[in-house]
Design a protein around this ligand. Structure first.
Ligand code: KMH
Ligand code: ZN
Length: 269
């Protein structure tokens, strides 16, 4: 079994400081959180950016500040979001890919997102994928529902993407695939041989789905984008605290944790 790749989703687009005061929001806070998560055992950081007022932005200037702050501190793999926040235009969302990060997310379908809609038409998905491939940026397929796996495989048939792909099953978003063991097993069953996958369980599903992924040979995403609690009624103190818990679980279950260099090999970066 490959070593475990832990991704830290540090900020997200939706989480607020009001909900968890430890949320990193400024470029300096995000870079420091990335460093601490790397120290704790994360090999990838998934990045969103915020304006000074805390609202979500895909401004490449702000992403550039975050990325240079991280690069000054550590060798962690940088993955930018192209999901951004609901309501942003595709052009707006794609901007951080211009900074040549090692990875970027690629959402391969549309989905209800609580009260909102997260829209990704097939033509938009193709444009995002072509842009990433042209720049040598490794896409991580964000699959909020099973049809999104099928859409990614359609792009493989069309010759736009190549196997093996790397997937992130985002489970437990209200309106999308639930964060249950059955849902994870089903999503995994859809993948062609050789593909890699990680799981981002939303809210209280982060911990049990992470434990499943450790056992099944998948990888794990944790962090304030997906979950702000350490346990019921107790806020997490930091993203690194959530990473540390996954490292401890992996150790107990006999799965070694990957360094960024090892993660690059596993993901063919
Ligand atoms: N904020 C969500 C609407 C991604 O980062 O690629 C989309 C998202 C996915 O967070
Ligand atoms: Zn995200």
């Amino acid at each position: 079994m490959d070593k475990l790749i832990i991704t830290a989703a540090l900020t997200g687009a939706e989480t607020t400081k009001e909900a968890n005061p430890a949320l990193p929001v400024t470029p300096e806070e995000i870079a420091e959180a990335a460093f601490l998560c790397r120290e704790a055992g994360a090999s990838i950081v998934h990045l969103h950016a915020r304006k000074p007022d805390g609202s979500s932005t895909q401004d490449p200037g702000v992403f550039g500040e975050i990325i240079s702050g991280i690069r000054q501190r550590t060798d962690v793999i940088i993955q930018v979001s192209t999901g951004g926040a609901v309501g942003m235009t595709p052009e707006e969302r794609l901007q951080p890919v211009q900074l040549n990060p090692e990875m970027a997310t690629l959402s391969t379908g549309s989905v209800n997102f609580g009260e909102d809609l997260f829209v990704n038409t097939m033509e938009e998905i193709r444009t995002f994928a072509r842009t990433m491939i042209a720049k040598g940026v490794k896409p991580e397929i964000e699959a909020f529902d099973s049809g999104m796996v099928q859409n990614a495989l359609t792009l493989v048939k069309e010759g736009i993407l190549e196997l093996p792909l790397h997937f992130d099953f985002v489970l437990g978003v209200p309106g999308a695939m639930p964060g249950t063991p059955e849902a994870l097993m089903y999503m995994r069953s859809l993948l062609p041989a050789g593909c890699t996958w990680t799981v981002a369980g939303i809210g209280r599903t982060e911990l049990p789905l992470g434990a499943m992924a450790i056992i099944l040979g998948g990888h794990v995403r944790v962090g304030f984008e997906d979950n702000i609690y350490y346990k019921r009624g107790q806020l997490a103190e930091s993203n690194a605290q959530l990473v540390q818990r996954m490292v401890r679980l992996a150790e107990e279950l006999g799965r070694e944790v990957a360094t960024p260099e090892e993660a690059r090999k596993i993901l063919h970066l």
